[in-house]
Design a protein around this ligand. Structure first.
Ligand SMILES: [Zn+2]
Length: 365
C-alpha cells in the first residue's frame, strides 16, 4: 500500500519545499499524508472541475503546479472558486498538493522540460540563488579524519556540481585541557594536551546542513568537537529561476517564432523584433518570468521565452534579443508530463493520470 507520504517523499527529494520562493504556498494544502493513495491526478490548476474529474476517476490525490490557496483563507463559505474548491476537497477526502516555485527552481524542473522541448543543450540555471551554501570546518584527530569525512559525505556534504566527496584537509596541532566533569577521548583531567589534528572542510547547503552536522557529531570521537559553520555568499548553481541553453544549430531569427510555436504546441505567441540575424542561445522561464530579462541579456541570450509580458515590458528588450510571450498556461503545460514521468519512474504501475481538462482560463480567437 502506497501512502500519500511516500509520494511526497519522492516529490520533495526532487523539488524540496525549502526551494520555493517566500511568497509561495507549495506543499500539502488539503488532506492527510497518512492516507493510502487510491489514484493520482496531475494538473496545472486544481480547479473545481479537476476535483470533479478526480472523484469520477477514483483519484484522492491531486498534484497541481499552482497552489489553489496562496495568501491564506479567512472565511470558507464558498463565495469564490478558491473557497469552493477547498470545501469540495475536504468534503470528499481529496488531498491537494502543490509543487510550484520549488519545481521552477531546481535543475530538472519546469524550465528543464521547456529546454528539452526546444532541444536546447548545455543548459544552466539563469539566476542561481545566493545564500544557500555553507562551509563546515571541523577539527579531527588525524586517524579519525576518514571516518568523520565519510559520515559527512553520506549525509550529503561535499557535493559540488557533478562531483561528490569534495573536502579539504590541512594538518595542524590542537590543544585542550580536560576539566572536572569531562570524559576525554584523549588525555587526562587537568593536564593540557597537544594532538595532531586535521582541519576538515566541506561544502553544505541549507537542505543538508542539519543532518550533516548531526552525522559529523556522531562520528567524531571527541566529547566536544570544535567546528565552525560559515555562511557563504557564493551562488548555488543548481538552484534558481530560469534556464538558458543552446540550440544545436543556429536558427535564422525570422524562423524562430515558428520553431517555438511548433515545439511548444502553441496556437499563437507574441514576440519582438531583434537586431540579431540568428538565434543560438535561448533563455527560458515558465510562468511570469519578465523579471529575468536583465539576466537573460547578461547571459548573452539571443532570445528569451516567458509569459505575462506587459506592453511596456516588450520595449525593455530594445531589440537586443527576441522577447517571446508564449502564454502562462502554454509555457507550463508540459510540467504535467514531467511530474507524471517522475511518478512513473519511481512507482511502477501507480494509478497516475493527467487531467483531461485544459484549465487555461484564457481563450484565443
Ligand atoms: Zn505558473
Amino acid at each position: 500500500m502506497i501512502l500519500i507520504r511516500d509520494i511526497l517523499r519522492v516529490l520533495e527529494a526532487w523539488a524540496p519545499l525549502s526551494r520555493q520562493e517566500n511568497y509561495d504556498n507549495a506543499g500539502l494544502i488539503t488532506g492527510d499524508a497518512a492516507w493510502p493513495v487510491k489514484g493520482i491526478m496531475v494538473c496545472l490548476d486544481s480547479t473545481e472541475a479537476v476535483l470533479d474529474e478526480a472523484l469520477e476517476k477514483g483519484c484522492n490525490l491531486v498534484i497541481a503546479h499552482h497552489p489553489i490557496v496562496f495568501g491564506g483563507l479567512k472565511k470558507i463559505t464558498g463565495r469564490n472558486y478558491v473557497e469552493r474548491t477547498v470545501i469540495k476537497a475536504i468534503r470528499n477526502n481529496i488531498a491537494i498538493y502543490a509543487i510550484h516555485t520549488n519545481l521552477d527552481n531546481v535543475q530538472s524542473g519546469v524550465n528543464a522540460e521547456i529546454c528539452r522541448r526546444l532541444g536546447l543543450e548545455n543548459t544552466r540555471i539563469l539566476a542561481p540563488k545566493k545564500d544557500l551554501l555553507y562551509k563546515l570546518s571541523v577539527f579531527v584527530p588525524l586517524n579519525d579524519t576518514e571516518k568523520v569525512a565519510e559520515a559527512l559525505f553520506s549525509a550529503g556534504a561535499g557535493r559540488i556540481g557533478n562531483y561528490d566527496s569534495a573536502s579539504f584537509r590541512s594538518a595542524g596541532t590542537g590543544t585542550f585541557r580536560p576539566l572536572d566533569g569531562s570524559n576525554p577521548h584523549i588525555g587526562k583531567n587537568g593536564v593540557r594536551e597537544e594532538v595532531a589534528e586535521n582541519q576538515l572542510e566541506v561544502l553544505l547547503d541549507t537542505d543538508t546542513l542539519h543532518s550533516a552536522v548531526q552525522a559529523m557529531l556522531q562520528a567524531h570521537p571527541y566529547e566536544e568537537p570544535a567546528y565552525d559553520i560559515i555562511p557563504l555568499h557564493n551562488a548555488h548553481k543548481e538552484v534558481g529561476s530560469g534556464m538558458s541553453g543552446e540550440l544545436p544549430q543556429p536558427v535564422p531569427a525570422a524562423d524562430f517564432p515558428a520553431y517555438v510555436k511548433e515545439k511548444m504546441g502553441l496556437s499563437m505567441l507574441k514576440y519582438t523584433a531583434t537586431a540579431g540575424t540568428h538565434i543560438r542561445r535561448v533563455a527560458v522561464c515558465g510562468g511570469s518570468g519578465i523579471f529575468l530579462l536583465p539576466k537573460a541579456l547578461q547571459s548573452g541570450a539571443d532570445a528569451f521565452i516567458t509569459s505575462d509580458v506587459k506592453y511596456h515590458e516588450f520595449f525593455d528588450a530594445e531589440e537586443r534579443l527576441m522577447l517571446l510571450d508564449i502564454g502562462h498556461y502554454e509555457s507550463e503545460q508540459y510540467t504535467i508530463d514531467l511530474i507524471l514521468r517522475k511518478l512513473q519512474s519511481q512507482f511502477q504501475g501507480i494509478p497516475a493520470m493527467a487531467t483531461g481538462i485544459r484549465t487555461n482560463p484564457v481563450q484565443y480567437l
